[in-house]
Design a protein around this ligand. Sequence first.
Ligand SMILES: N[C@@H](CCC[C@H](N)C(=O)O)C(=O)O
Length: 258
Amino acid sequence: MNKQIKFYKYQGTGNDFVMIDNRDLEFPKSTDFIEKLCDRRFGIGGDGLILLENDEKSDFKMVYYNSDGNESTMCGNGGRCIVAFAHFLDIFEDKTTFDAIDGLHKAEIKNGIVKLKMIDVKNISTDGNDFVLNTGSPHYVKYVKMLNNYNVFKNGNEIRNSETYKKEGINVNFVETVSDNELFVRTYERGVEDETYSCGTGVTAAALTFMDKNNQTSVAVKVLGGQLKVYAEKNGEGFTDIWLEGPANQVFKGDIAL
Ligand SMILES: N[C@@H](CCC[C@H](N)C(=O)O)C(=O)O
């Protein structure tokens, strides 16, 4: 019989991931294979694939791949989903610390809601009227009107592939202010090369630009796939104690035939 690998599917506000317990390190880390698993027609389907591995200095390690099959920088929603997965695997009870590409992250889970501590943000740069910052992944933030009808794919793809950002790539977030306490954010994601239903590091980036301008320590964020909340403390030019909060759920499970 052919070898099989067990997989789980998770989603966090509609940002969806193939999740694999790779503590035995048996998963074949090939770009083509990962891209195929993330394909919505020829595979399981997902915006990315995440491996949970053992870590020497924390409860577990997160290894993140975009749906193009390449390992990438931090994924906020993926981080929240792997916390739910580690909780499902009984790796921790209610609070944890795990290792990711951008360093150690603290997290908590209660009633399916995951609160994830993001890395500190040193500063927020500007590009014309727009903002550029790194929340674990690089983000471009542009405030627009009528975001419901905005062409996120066309405008996001254009900025992501512009001379300035083409080489490293960038995730592009379009933001509309809903009220003093709420934003609406839509994101074109690098490595997916399309709009996703939510981007955790992107929502965090958008929230920080808003909190910076308005001297706030929290803001609610609506995305296509649901509702998130960001908390942070201003620290000089940047922010510290940044937390991303929202639901993260297991959707289904199955076996991959190798
Ligand atoms: N969906 C993510 C961001 C994932 C990484 C991104 N596509 C990149 O390559 O920078 C999130 O929730 O943060």
